[in-house]
Design a protein around this ligand. Structure first.
Ligand SMILES: Nc1ncnc2c1ncn2[C@@H]1O[C@H](COP(=O)(O)OP(=O)(O)OP(=O)(O)O)[C@@H](O)[C@H]1O
Length: 341
């Protein structure tokens, strides 16, 4: 659906060059909810503007819906633009138009008849749950309601792709969840591919199936959301994950635990099927030792479980060794040291 091949974007302003996007390759498949996460200045907005045809890459190719943007004709470009909807952090609604007028606007540009416009706007108002707000002006709406209008307007021309630029960053957590649920519904009911940029891992966790982590213009890590969450490789990715999945213990708590428990502590990381199997109890029973759970967390993601436990084993050293050996073959096991909390 969207393919970026070795894309770079260099801005030149005041004689200075800024390489905002560096050698990025990505493949976003039809039906994906693909999230790009990164700190401010990482290059996310530039990447979105490249896909939205507002910027041209300095080098590399961008292919959207089988059109190579480097060689697309202006007629095809106009056609393609209609297939891409966009919503924004600041909603970008027309304050002088009603909710109805905002949603109708792209259809008016397409010179649709009054009846067609009425039918489509009514459908969309119902879809986003704002039937009773048709005649209100944006300033009479809450942030969440404004974003619903933004979504309805973006869907008016039945796009194949929806680009979301920090669409929930201005909203409180509850409203964020409502809007994320609505975006999921857009994806599922209309099979619209969603590409979103965000600096909130919560957004990625809630609705994305794939994620790319961006830093200094580059994609540093990319993959299925479950795999990235359960086995992040890069420090920045780990930091983003720890903002929503609290698996680290504070160093003071760790110190206390180590004082209270003179045996070695082990962190055992479970994911997927292993998170729902009684692996620990089976293995410790087999080798006739006991275990004591010191800390545990379990999370649900994409209908799968992942989590981790900190445990101590009680029993003969040789038997503990055996259990650790067998455990390591099934799950990730590492001794908890002072440096690793
Ligand atoms: N039009 C422009 N001209 C010159 N430099 C730009 C332009 N747009 C962005 N940049 C620079 O490119 C880099 C990436 O910016 P970009 O806005 O893409 O990052 P971002 O991850 O979206 O950050 P934010 O979340 O703060 O918007 C930054 O160093 C920025 O200053």
């Amino acid at each position: 659906m969207i393919r970026l091949e070795r894309v770079s974007k260099i801005y030149e302003s005041g004689g200075k060059k800024v390489e905002a996007v560096k050698d990025v390759s990505l493949h976003i498949k039809k039906g994906d909810i693909f999230g790009i996460i990164g700190f401010s200045g990482a290059g996310k907005s530039t990447l979105l503007r490249l896909v939205n045809l507002l910027e041209r890459p300095t080098t590399g190719n961008i292919i959207v819906d089988n059109y190579d943007l480097n060689s697309i004709s202006s007629k095809d470009l106009r056609q393609l633009r209609r297939k891409i909807g966009m919503i924004f952090q600041t909603f970008n609604l027309f304050n002088s138009r009603t909710v109805y007028g905002n949603i109708a606007y792209p259809l008016k540009l397409e010179k649709k008849s009054k009846e067609e416009i009425h039918q489509r706007v009514t459908e969309l108002l119902q879809f986003v749950g704002l039937e009773d707000k048709a005649d209100k002006f944006p300033e009479q709406l809450s942030g969440g309601q404004k974003q619903r209008v933004g979504i309805a307007r973006a869907l008016a021309t039945s796009p194949d792709i929806l680009l979301c630029d920090e669409a929930t960053s201005a909203l409180d957590p509850e409203t964020t969840n409502e809007i994320l649920n609505l975006l999921k519904k857009v994806n599922e009911e209309f099979n619209i591919t969603i590409l979103l940029i965000t600096h909130e891992m919560n957004v990625i966790r809630k609705i994305c199936n794939r994620v790319a982590v961006m830093e200094n213009g580059r994609i540093i890590e990319e993959g299925e959301v479950f795999n990235i969450f359960s086995n992040p490789q890069e420090k920045t990715t780990k930091n983003f994950i720890s903002s929503v999945v609290n698996e680290k213990l504070s160093s003071s708590l760790l110190e206390k635990l180590r004082k209270d428990h003179e045996r070695k502590l082990y962190r055992i990381v479970f994911s997927g099927d292993t998170a729902s199997q009684p692996i620990l109890s089976t293995l410790t029973a087999k080798h006739n030792i006991h275990f004591n759970i010191i800390y545990g967390s379990i999370n649900e993601l994409q209908n799968q479980l992942f989590g981790n436990l900190i445990v101590e084993f009680i029993g003969a050293d040789s038997q503990i060794e055996e259990v650790l050996k067998e455990l390591t073959e099934i799950v990730e096991v590492r001794e908890v040291t002072n440096g690793e909390s």
